[in-house]
Design a protein around this ligand. Structure first.
Ligand code: HEC
Ligand code: HEC
Ligand code: HEC
Ligand code: HEC
Ligand code: HEC
Length: 205
């Protein structure tokens, strides 16, 4: 016997896979039809962890878990951060792209309810930006993505984090202590190792 929760979990997984593969929307046939608006235990735990006040990182307006979406459900980073391979900025997904799934899932979750309020009021979510370089610095995602530098190299193991934060660079132990990422020395060190440009005017103009 599969429990009701187990069955719901499977239906959700199948529906996510279907949506990502190109558009099957709910309506799973026959006895597998499950009310996916009732959320799973996993989703409730992830939501609580994403708003855990003791975990590092800022409290976002919606408790969104990368571990659940990118880890558990394996939604590709580029599905949401569509800008990374094409433009300078990575971009954070629009309410509309979240709603592509959330008209179907998790209607009873607090985070999804906040999302739906934004949708109804046509208001963007004001996510707090965690990684930001000063105005005088030029950073481009597309150049790095094209060169095959993984997201994790710069952002840490995002698919394992419920709540995101700026990770330390444990590979750069100049003074015997982990350095903060996004400092000039961090950029330069990797550029030196990879024979990328160290010309001042590449990063400052
Ligand atoms: C490809 C489908 C998909 C997309 C796109 C998607 N979600 Fe989800 N989301 C899910 C599924 C599936 C669950 C888990 C439902 C369950 O297990 O009951 C979930 C759970 C959640 C939860 C509760 C767990 C958690 O992560 O804290 C929140 C909040 C949430 N989503 C917000 C969002 C927001 C905000 C966006 C857009 C940035 C988004 N979702 C985009 C499929 C999606
Ligand atoms: C379902 C949509 C979704 C997926 C999939 C997703 N993200 Fe995100 N990402 C978001 C949202 C929403 C935010 C803003 C809220 C937050 O910081 O948690 C965000 C924020 C971020 C940030 C912080 C940006 C800042 O403010 O500095 C990074 C870094 C990031 N994502 C990397 C990734 C990586 C790497 C992956 C793949 C492993 C990934 N994301 C997959 C929706 C998504
Ligand atoms: C070489 C290091 C590096 C790599 C690789 C990298 N990032 Fe970033 N990311 C940064 C830096 C630096 C910033 C701050 C940019 C700024 O302030 O303009 C940033 C900002 C972001 C942001 C928030 C700001 C924005 O541009 O909207 C998101 C989301 C993000 N990255 C996601 C990703 C994802 C997804 C990948 C993989 C496809 C990735 N990053 C790969 C260094 C990197
Ligand atoms: C983990 C390694 C790594 C880190 C960290 C890194 N970069 Fe890069 N960067 C590269 C590589 C590799 C290239 C070369 C891409 C190519 O050849 O097209 C590159 C290319 C660039 C370019 C384009 C250079 C050109 O010739 O036009 C800019 C601008 C740049 N990086 C800025 C930055 C900034 C600013 C930071 C820090 C905030 C940073 N990078 C951090 C690996 C890195
Ligand atoms: C690979 C990218 C990169 C290159 C190349 C680079 N910088 Fe920077 N620079 C940064 C980043 C990122 C910051 C902001 C973070 C910080 O202050 O450490 C910065 C900050 C600075 C600042 C401001 C420091 C402050 O305290 O506000 C100065 C001045 C500067 N750089 C000068 C230079 C000069 C001169 C060169 C050439 C010898 C150079 N940079 C080459 C990325 C770069």
């Amino acid at each position: 016997m599969v429990s009701a929760n187990g069955l719901r979990q499977r239906a959700i997984e199948a529906a996510v896979a279907g949506l990502l593969a190109g558009g099957l929307v709910l309506g799973l046939p026959g006895p597998d039809r499950v009310d996916a608006q009732t959320s799973s235990d996993k989703a409730q735990k992830a939501q609580a962890a994403a708003w855990d006040a003791d975990a590092p990182g800022p409290k976002q307006p919606i408790p969104f878990s990368h571990r659940l979406h990118a880890g558990e459900y394996q939604i590709d980073c580029l599905y949401c951060h569509t800008g990374t391979d094409r433009s300078q900025a990575a971009g954070v997904p629009s309410v509309e792209s979240c709603m592509g799934c959330h008209t179907h899932f998790g209607g009873d979750l607090e985070g999804v309810q906040i999302l739906k309020q934004h949708w109804e009021e046509k208001r963007p979510v004001e996510w707090l930006q965690i990684h930001r370089v000063p105005e005088h610095v030029q950073f481009r995602h597309n150049r790095h993505v094209a060169a095959g530098v993984e997201c994790n190299t710069c952002h840490g193991p995002v698919e394992k984090m419920d709540k995101l934060y700026l990770t330390e660079d444990t590979k750069w132990w100049v003074y015997g202590l982990p350095a903060q990422k996004l400092e000039m020395g961090w950029c330069i060190k990797c550029h030196r190792e990879n024979e990328a440009s160290q010309d001042c005017l590449v990063c400052h103009y």
